[in-house]
Design a protein around this ligand. Structure first.
Ligand code: ZN
Length: 90
């Protein structure tokens, strides 16, 4: 079993830890040595590569900020919808 990482901070291609070769989202094994790539799910792979690149602490901060932004966005949408309902009562 092998992990994945980005080749550089400006390149989001995933490379295997074992052989340092590019691995496609639909490939479940390293194209060179055949080692099983973990995580299997492409989203999880990118999350893992990002976490490694940023460092665990910085990544946790990043996730927290993203969650806050998403929550704030939902709140704004809910407010807008409530305002619309008040303007146009059914
Ligand atoms: Zn390999």
């Amino acid at each position: 079993m092998t992990g994945v990482r980005y080749s550089s901070p400006t390149n989001s291609t995933l490379f295997t830890d074992c052989c340092s070769v590019a691995v496609c989202d639909d490939e479940t094994c390293c194209p060179v040595c055949g080692s099983e790539v973990y995580p299997k799910d492409p989203r999880s792979r990118h999350r893992e590569a990002l976490r490694q690149q940023m460092g665990a602490g910085a990544y946790a901060e990043h996730r927290k900020r993203m969650d806050q932004l998403i929550r704030e966005d939902r709140r704004q949408n809910a407010l807008r919808e409530a305002e619309e309902r008040m303007k146009n009562p059914a």
